[in-house]
Write a protein that binds this ligand. Structure first.
Ligand SMILES: *Cc1c(COP(=O)(O)O)cnc(C)c1O
Length: 360
């Protein structure tokens, strides 16, 4: 299919913002990838075009029934000018699991990665190289059929847009304060929490807003049935180091299977540090703290990579983790993972994929 990829280059290149003013998701590269789906015809007409608005019918299903999937991954520029992607096949495989859940047609993984590599080649000047910066890549699918019946769309767009992003931590890795959410829930087993679909994030905004008003940067989500089992932190997976062992909630049907989560587990195993995936209650976390065994806590995700947790507030019971400081293991994981991603450290588990393609 990608044999038919057409590339229309922009006539006017945008001015690129300075590396220290990037922030997250504020600027977009000169081009984007787009491909159509039509029932009976499949995915077709892959093309790279200048970054531009898209025109949709107001009745397009995505606006009404939320049939949409997204992904998030990053490209990095190495000191010797190579372009690296972190485990891109994992993202597109996950996209297909999300697609399956939302009755969206399957996307051919190899073609999606090839499209991304072509887009990266066209816009490679946009990959920032200052320490901590990267190019955030947002593949997504939207239902475009203009029809108000509640049924899977017959038409879709698959698109990839890219955004140069700044250093997540401007002054080193800093711990965040987290509010443990007891009223709102993000998802339940059998719902769409396992899928990277828009509704999950819209559903989480209210709790996030309330937590922010209370001075917390994110919420820790508990399970939707018992309000007892720990699920995720904001839109990150969560890990705890208790008496030398690292614990993370087992994937239970309402937790998103993070690529970073999986990579951290693999890395810990590679280092022979015990790591356990199992249900974890909020009570047992507070209990571990009372026993002096709760050593570290951190969130994991593509945007921040590792986000240490310095404080938890559960029903006004405030718990300080590692004195509110970044733990040794959190720091080591952050340094190792980011070092591998930018090509400064060896890649013992074979994660990085070279992205630039040579075109005739
Ligand atoms: C994207 C996401 C994560 C992190 O996944 P990564 O693949 O590590 O970026 C975790 N939880 C939620 C809810 C997410 O949307």
């Amino acid at each position: 299919m990608l044999q038919s990829l057409t590339i229309e280059l922009t006539k006017t290149k945008k001015q690129q913002p300075p590396a220290d003013q990037l922030g997250f998701g504020n600027y977009y590269t000169d081009h984007m990838f787009i491909m159509d789906y039509e029932e009976g015809k499949g995915w077709h007409s892959p093309r790279i075009v200048p970054y531009q608005p898209i025109v949709l019918d107001p009745a397009a299903k995505v606006f009404h029934y939320g049939q949409t999937i997204f992904e998030g991954l990053k490209a990095y520029k190495t000191d010797d000018g190579r372009v690296l992607l972190f485990r891109p096949q994992k993202n597109f495989e996950r996209m297909n699991r999300s697609n399956e859940r939302l009755s969206v047609p399957e996307l051919p993984v190899d073609d999606a990665i090839e499209a991304l590599k072509q887009l990266l080649t066209v816009d490679q000047d946009w990959i920032p190289s200052a320490p901590g910066t990267s190019l955030y890549i947002r593949p997504f699918i939207i239902a475009t059929q203009p029809q108000l019946g509640v049924a899977p769309s017959t038409h879709y767009y698959f698109m990839i847009i890219m955004s140069p992003v700044g250093a997540y931590y401007k002054e080193g890795v800093n711990p965040v304060k987290i509010f443990v959410e007891s009223d709102y829930v993000r998802s339940v087993k059998g719902g769409v929490g396992e899928a990277k679909t828009a509704g999950n994030y819209a559903a989480g905004l209210k709790a996030q807003e309330v937590a922010k008003e209370k001075g917390y940067s994110q919420v820790l989500w508990l399970d939707g049935v018992h309000r007892k089992y720990i699920e995720e932190v904001g839109s990150m997976n969560v890990f705890f180091k208790i008496a030398g062992t690292v614990y993370t909630p087992a994937l239970n049907g309402s937790i998103l299977a993070g690529v970073t989560r999986g990579s951290i587990i693999e890395l810990l195993k590679h280092w022979n540090i015990p790591v356990v995936e199992r249900p974890i209650t909020i009570e047992e976390l507070y209990e571990a703290d009372r026993n002096g065994q709760l050593e570290e806590a951190f969130g994991t995700g593509t945007a921040a990579v590792i986000s240490p947790i310095g404080e938890l507030n559960w029903k006004d019971d405030v718990l300080l983790i590692n004195g509110g400081n970044t733990g040794e293991l959190s720091k080591k994981l952050y340094d190792t993972l980011t070092g591998i991603q930018v090509g400064k450290l060896p890649d013992p588990l074979g994660w990085m994929v070279e992205a630039t393609v040579v075109r005739a």
